[in-house]
Design a binder for this molecule. Structure first.
Ligand SMILES: *[C@@H]1O[C@H](CO)[C@@H](O)[C@H](O)[C@H]1NC(C)=O
Ligand SMILES: *[C@@H]1O[C@H](CO)[C@@H](O)[C@H](O)[C@H]1NC(C)=O
Ligand SMILES: *[C@@H]1O[C@H](CO)[C@@H](O)[C@H](O)[C@H]1NC(C)=O
Length: 618
């Protein structure tokens, strides 16, 4: 968070009772001259203050400088230089270096290039450059080949969350498929069912559905397997992507967001570069090996993990799904040196029964990610050894980010607290007020040419909702991160909470409103109030919440009431309900638990105890 140290000095000590934290110019987006000036001005000051993190700060400044120079070079080149060009350069530079490890197979750069050429040729006659193509697949090499192939054709990939179904799935098409002709949906065999479910709607939208991996007998689905195996592995013409600039959309990544259905964040090539450079900032070297097990449809795995590894030119070890028990085995097998995490993942790893001799038998030296809590952080280091943890903060669609490259153990993570204010506090002149050091405030990032906010695809209303106007001066614009942060005296930033009704479950933000919307689609349900509760006996553990989205929306625990309490403005009250939890001894209303085999069964003392003692896993 030393970016904070460098750029956030202006924040410290601003007077007033305040609720907005001003993140002036954020490191990712700072231009060269700012950095040079910053370096010249700030270094002596840092020396003067005998900054204990001087070495890290200098190293950080240098890597940011390198970032700015590289980005500048990418921009100046004509045609522009994208992450795909970087990949192709690596193919020529070291064709036989491993690029991807997956379930025992190893693909070198040249093999990856050929596979993606095949994907490109197989799609050549179905899409035009500039089209958007949705990719609905789990983590597997074909995902990467398709994305590279699409980039080679000048197409934009929309990365669909493989958990979404029905209405949300269709919605994802409506928000990002721009031209009806040539838009396709990909899926693999195990996701075919989800697509068939909404096939008539997709067809009415003019979406072609292509299926990989199986011979599909369903009418309206086209198999891509045949054309893939027959197509050439030679490069497709470069002029197909000649119109691409760094401002062209490279990807759509869906955010679960705080309200309603998924929103597609537009990621252009410049933004993709920014995120890719995170590995450089975190200190990943060209001899490292990266482990990617988070879903590729998320920005963490795709942009920071995969694209970051392409930027660094290092191999990626890809895994279908996270497995706490296999984690270290994979790390040992593939000599992994860098891992990614989301807060809960580190806790899962710490929860695996100890194997004393093996715990420290690995080559992992660096972990980068987001959302680790202080207690997990300490426990993790004690158990798994000297691993540098690089906590990063950033939203997929946001224009701000920080990196805690000095490894300061920080209180990061969010609980299901419901906040009673959701709007920044404004002073008598209508401007927002800054928080003093040490107080919690809402993080906002100024929207400017250097740090733009591209918004959500085809969703003006949601885009507008994320923009705050007239924050410090008339006419300015800020991105509202929705996150509550605190800056301490040393300039470290601590994550405090998230505004709104979102809770985190297994590393994903879940909007309670979204779950409620789905429940309300059932006729007999008049009102639904979805909220998270703490599971007794567990500290902010991963299974603290009642509701989760499974296949189609399901609630794990249901409480029935004759009428729901609402506020004066008809907002549902959740705080009291959340506090009451789900103890059948305390709650008079009928309570139900979703049993795997029997469906909903009345919540009993036994079930409650089993959950509290961890015998029954939510
Ligand atoms: C991991 O490293 C060991 C020793 O350095 C080597 O023998 C082995 O082949 C490596 N494994 C992989 C998958 O590269
Ligand atoms: C931890 O590792 C870093 C470099 O990876 C090294 O500089 C440091 O001395 C190590 N600390 C301990 C306690 O081993
Ligand atoms: C909860 O946290 C407290 C202090 O942080 C600790 O003493 C206690 O053992 C924890 N309980 C569980 C079940 O992890």
């Amino acid at each position: 968070f030393s970016s904070v140290f460098l750029f956030f000095l202006s924040v410290a000590g601003s007077p007033g009772s305040s609720r907005v934290l001003h993140a002036c110019s954020i490191m990712f987006f700072s231009l060269l001259y700012t950095l040079l000036a910053g370096l010249v001005l700030v270094l002596p000051v840092l020396l003067y203050l005998r900054n204990p993190y001087l070495v890290q700060d200098v190293r950080y400044c240098l890597s940011v400088l390198q970032l700015a120079l590289s980005l500048n070079r990418c921009k100046r080149r004509n045609p522009c230089y994208t992450i795909l060009d970087r990949f192709l350069d690596l193919v020529s530079k070291h064709p036989h270096k491993p690029f991807l490890y997956f379930e025992g197979s190893c693909f070198t750069y040249i093999q990856a290039d050929r596979e993606s050429n095949k994907a490109a040729w197989a799609l050549r006659n179905r899409v035009r450059s500039g089209d958007t193509v949705a990719v609905f697949m789990g983590n597997e090499p074909q995902f990467v080949w398709l994305w590279l192939g699409l980039s080679k054709l000048g197409c934009t990939a929309a990365l669909l969350n493989t958990n979404i179904r029905s209405k949300s799935l269709v919605h994802c098409f409506i928000v990002c498929i721009c031209s009806s002709w040539g838009s396709c949906l990909f899926c693999v065999s195990d996701l075919q069912g989800a697509v068939v479910e909404v096939l008539p709607t997709l067809q009415s939208l003019g979406v072609q559905v292509l299926v990989l991996g199986v011979d599909c007998a369903v009418e309206g689905l086209h198999s891509l397997t045949g054309s893939l195996s027959e197509s050439s592995d030679q490069p497709v013409p470069v002029d197909l992507r000649s119109k691409i600039t760094l401002k062209s959309p490279a990807l759509y990544i869906y955010t679960s967001g705080t309200t309603g259905l998924p929103k597609a964040a537009v990621i252009n090539y410049e933004r993709l570069w920014m995120a890719s450079f995170l590995q450089l900032i975190a200190g990943v070297r060209s001899d490292d090996i990266m482990y990617v097990y988070l879903p590729l449809y998320h920005s963490a795995a795709f942009m920071m993990g995969l694209c970051g590894s392409i930027e660094r030119g290092i191999p990626v070890v890809l895994r279908r799904k996270f497995s706490a028990s296999q984690f270290w085995n994979d790390c040992r097998k593939y000599n992994v040196t860098v891992i990614q995490y989301i807060g809960e993942v580190m806790r899962y790893l710490c929860n695996v029964p100890k194997v004393r001799k093996q715990d420290r038998d690995h080559k992992v030296r660096l972990a980068l990610g987001n959302g680790i809590r202080t207690d997990t952080w300490n426990e993790f280091l004690q158990r798994f050894g000297n691993i540098s943890i690089c906590e990063c903060y950033g939203a997929t669609e946001g224009n701000i980010g920080f990196v805690n490259y000095v490894g300061k153990v920080g209180a990061i993570g969010s609980g299901p607290n419901h906040l009673n204010w959701e709007e920044p506090v404004r002073d008598s002149r209508g401007f927002c007020v800054r928080v003093p050091t040490g107080e919690t405030g809402l993080l906002v990032g100024q929207i400017s040419a250097r740090s733009p906010f591209s918004g959500y695809s085809k969703n003006k209303q949601q885009t507008e909702k994320k923009i705050l106007r007239d924050v410090f001066v008339k006419g300015d614009q800020y991105f509202n991160s929705g996150d509550l942060l605190r800056i301490d005296r040393q300039g470290f930033v601590f994550f405090q909470d998230r505004i709104g009704d979102t809770f985190r479950w297994k590393g994903e933000n879940v909007a309670t409103t979204e779950v409620a919307d789905h429940l309300l689609m059932v006729d007999c349900i008049e009102e639904a109030n979805v909220y998270g509760v703490k599971v007794p006996g567990k500290n902010f553990s991963t299974c603290q919440f009642m509701c989760w989205w499974m296949q189609n929306t399901l609630c794990v625990i249901v409480r029935l009431q004759d009428a729901l309490d609402v506020t004066g403005t008809f907002k549902q009250l959740k705080g009291k309900l959340a506090k009451e939890g789900f103890d059948p001894a305390l709650i008079q209303d009928p309570l139900f638990y979703l049993d795997d085999s029997q469906g909903y069964v009345p919540m009993s003392r036994d079930i409650f105890d089993a959950i509290a003692e961890g015998r029954l896993r939510l």
